[in-house]
Write a protein that binds this ligand. Structure first.
Ligand code: GLN
Length: 510
């Protein structure tokens, strides 16, 4: 097997960019190395499709830009897309049999923006079917494995994205986060990931799950790399009705995030004192409940101490509806999913049953055959909570609680703290197949990520340690910001990563 460049000399976008722009290595050489690595690690089942011809054509275009001195910060960088972003040329399956052979006639806005910036796509990444799940076990094409321990899940739903970055198959990957699906797999695979404020990144061409929650975000090793990616991905898009035109007074345009990031670093440097002097970190008591495993609690605690040593102060806060975020989310998300997924009727596109007697039977058979058990479960729950007689009791009630959750966060940010920190997951990655008997057990493990999604806030996960010797798997620290503070979050994470090396650890090298 050839040497994997992304696992050795170029393990960050910043490092590879220098080499590419200095023409020490070509985009083609990097792409070939990434394709070889993806092939060598096929056992991870991180990729659902690889097409060397398409990849090498993109690499050639990137080399042209680099030769002409017209490169952007991302030109020639090997990335890959979660298979819920539609892509011209590649299939887009949402890891579902329903879309098993679907090829989109257009690129999702996120895909188009990254392509325009000169990134080179290595392929389409495995995920939970229609992004529903927390372990990547709900893929119709088999689970993705955690590169740190092949018997463990990589997290979900963006499991292929986090696994591919952790294994060094790509330097970055796109993911989507409806209730935690960027932060949670990033945490369980020991890489960094950010979900921006709802409305910052266009949802156009992103296969819909829960439209009022869905938001795209990048996964990479370093917070600084996330900045380059998110800055490129974000921006107002008239084709998404919930895309924001302005963000906290500033226009929602690419470049905004970088300005905020650099502004935050400048303020930190100018303070003359410690880099994060006076930063108030809210630590919610509800995040340290009985369900939190002690190895995760210890790693998060140690990370908080590091922040204190950088000048931050810790404030105890309360997010009293943390536990209620689970039933609230698992009413609203399935309700929206049941509506979004009604378009898969076997008529327009997607799987169509081979045998049927009439139109109604064709639709029902196509859906029964095309959707997996978790997706069917969500459609049933969603249809039930929206039905006449139950709408007020469940859906409307959940919307009321959602508003209270929003208010709880605003109360904390207005009166007590600048950012909130805590765990991402209650435990390290579980074994593949662990919760097979009880599908709702996975739902409970989303307790620390769902509230943020319901509130539409930006949040990230960065590596902060490993589990107990019995299961020494990666642990993530969650950093939650107020609306539009992505740049500040990334700057804070970057400070942490300057004094720690958790994000640089690699499977097989620990
Ligand atoms: N685990 C959550 C769910 O299954 C979140 C998934 C997501 O963020 N896409 O819905």
């Amino acid at each position: 097997m050839s040497r994997n460049l992304l696992h050795t000399e170029f393990d960050s976008i910043a490092a590879l960019r220098n080499a590419l722009q200095g023409r020490k290595v070509s985009a083609r050489e990097v792409a070939v190395s990434a394709l070889d690595a993806a092939h060598a690690h096929a056992g991870l089942n991180a990729f659902l499709q690889i097409d060397p011809e398409l990849t090498l054509a993109q690499a050639q275009a990137a080399d042209k830009l680099l030769d002409a001195g017209q490169a952007t910060p991302l030109t020639g960088i090997p990335i890959a897309h979660k298979d819920v972003f539609v892509t011209q040329g590649w299939r887009t399956t949402a890891a579902s049999k329903m879309l098993g052979s679907y090829v989109s006639p257009f690129d999702a806005t996120v895909v188009g923006k990254l392509l325009q910036a000169g990134t080179v796509s290595i392929g389409k990444l495995n995920c939970d079917e229609f992004a529903m799940g927390s372990g990547n076990e709900n893929s119709a094409f088999g689970p993705t494995k955690n590169p740190w321990d092949h018997s463990a899940v990589p997290g979900g739903s963006s499991g292929g994205s986090a696994a591919a970055v952790a294994a060094g198959l790509v330097l970055a990957a796109t993911g989507t986060d409806t209730g935690g699906s960027v932060r949670q797999p990033a945490a369980l695979c020991g890489v960094s990931g950010i979900k921006p404020t709802y409305g910052t990144v266009s949802r156009y061409g992103m296969i819909a799950y829960g439209s009022s929650l869905d938001q795209a975000g990048p996964i990479a090793r370093h917070a600084r790399d996330l900045l380059d990616l998110l800055d490129t991905m974000s921006g107002f898009d008239p084709r998404d009705s919930t895309s924001l035109e302005t963000c906290d007074g500033a226009q929602n345009i690419p470049g905004r995030m970088r300005a905020d990031f650099e502004g935050a670093i400048k303020v930190q440097n100018a303070s003359g004192a410690l880099p994060l002097q006076g930063l108030r970190i809210g630590v919610p008591t509800e995040f340290f409940n009985a369900g939190l495993a002690s190895d995760v609690a210890d790693a998060v605690e140690a990370a908080l101490k590091i922040f204190e040593s950088l000048g931050a102060v810790r404030v105890s806060i309360s997010l009293p509806r943390t536990e209620l975020s689970i039933p609230t989310y698992y009413v609203i998300a399935p309700a929206e999913a049941s509506s979004n997924l009604s378009r898969y009727d076997g008529v327009r596109y997607g799987h169509r049953a081979a045998q049927y007697h009439d139109l109604a039977e064709m639709t029902s058979r196509s859906r029964t055959e095309g959707f997996g058990p978790e997706v069917l479960r969500r459609i049933m729950v969603g249809t039930y909570v929206l039905s006449h007689g139950y709408y007020d009791a469940y859906y409307l009630q959940a919307q009321r609680v959602r508003r209270m959750i929003v208010n709880d966060f605003q109360q904390a940010f207005t009166n007590q703290c600048d950012v909130i920190m805590g765990p991402v997951t209650p435990t390290v990655a579980k074994h593949i197949g662990d919760n097979r008997e009880d599908p709702t057990a996975d739902w409970l493990a989303d307790v620390y990520t769902l509230g943020v999604s319901l509130a539409g806030l930006p949040a990230m996960s960065i590596p902060c340690g490993f589990g107990s010797p019995a299961r020494p798997l990666p642990i993530g620290l969650q950093i939650i910001g107020n609306y539009f503070n992505e740049g500040q979050l990334l700057a804070i994470a970057d400070r942490f990563q300057q004094v720690t090396d958790w994000h640089q650890r690699k499977p097989g090298q620990q």
